[in-house]
Ligand binder design. Sequence first.
Ligand SMILES: [Zn+2]
Length: 117
Amino acid sequence: MSYLLTCPNCGKREVTDFAYGGEVVPRPKSKPSERELNTYNYFRRNVAGVQREWWNHRSGCRAWFLAERDTTTNEVKWVGLPADRDSRDGEAGATAHGAQGPGAQGIGGAGSGGVTA
Ligand SMILES: [Zn+2]
C-alpha cells in the first residue's frame, strides 16, 4: 500500500522514495549484559498503533529522520530530524532516549552501500 511521507527537508513524497529503518529502540547502557544486548538487537514492540520509526530519504536528500506512524492506517502523525526528538519526548512514545541513527547500528548505514533501491 502506498502513502505519502513528509521528509523534514524535502516535503511530501511517495513512501517508495524512502527506506524504512525500523522502530526506534532505546540503546543499552555502555556495558550491557548479553540479555540486554540480545533484547536491543532482536526484540521489537511491533505495536498495532502509533510507533516511532527511523526513515531514510534514499531517493532524495538521503537524510535519516524520525516519524510517528500509525501502523494500522499508515497515517503519519509527526516527522522530525533526530535533533527535534528531545522536544517531542514529553509527548507520545518517549522511547527514544539515547537512541542513535540506524546507521550507527549497521542497518542501512554507510557500510551497506545503499544498494537496496
Ligand atoms: Zn529529503
